[in-house]
Design a protein around this ligand. Structure first.
Ligand code: OFO
Length: 162
């Protein structure tokens, strides 16, 4: 069973994962409106991944005697300015999630909560992968600049995300 302090922090993290899902769903809608269907597809996949992250923690709590308390979610922005700005915001957001996972792991170590440390190790690996994949897209967008046909090639590549 998670300690009280870890339980409370895990509930905060569940809310952050749902907020991440909501943010990326809003970005999917933004990209649909920009006719960038590959980016929109990528953001829909990202939305589903974030729901899985939330449910991984939800299930962990349920299976380990923790008490889940769902929280209100903040309204996400609906306009992101440009594809580059949206992806920069995605990287900024993922870095803030990494920081909160690291803090949570630190707390689980202090509390000698070993099962929570195990589930959080999965998230630490996942965050490194997420930051890398978003960083790669940003690097490509930097090369694209205002070249419309190069932009469409990036859009096509993002449409292939599983
Ligand atoms: Fe994007 O990894 Fe969860 O939040």
């Amino acid at each position: 069973m998670p300690t009280k302090a870890v339980e409370s922090a895990l509930n905060d993290q569940i809310a952050r994962e749902f907020e991440s899902a909501y943010l990326y769903l809003s970005m999917a809608a933004y990209f649909e409106a920009q006719n960038l269907s590959g980016f929109a597809h990528w953001m829909r996949a990202q939305y589903r991944e974030e729901l899985e992250h939330a449910m991984k923690l939800f299930n962990f709590m349920a299976d380990n005697g923790g008490k889940v308390e769902l929280k209100a979610l903040d309204q996400p922005p609906s306009d992101f300015g440009s594809a580059s700005a949206a992806m920069a915001e995605t990287l900024r957001h993922e870095r803030s999630i990494t920081a909160s996972i690291n803090e949570l792991y630190e707390l689980a170590m202090q509390e000698k909560d070993y099962p929570s440390q195990l589930v959080l190790q999965w998230f630490i690996t996942e965050q490194a992968e997420e930051e890398k994949s978003v960083g790669d897209i940003i690097a490509q967008l930097d090369l694209v600049g205002d070249n419309g046909s190069a932009m469409l090639m990036v859009d096509r590549r993002l449409a292939m995300r599983q």
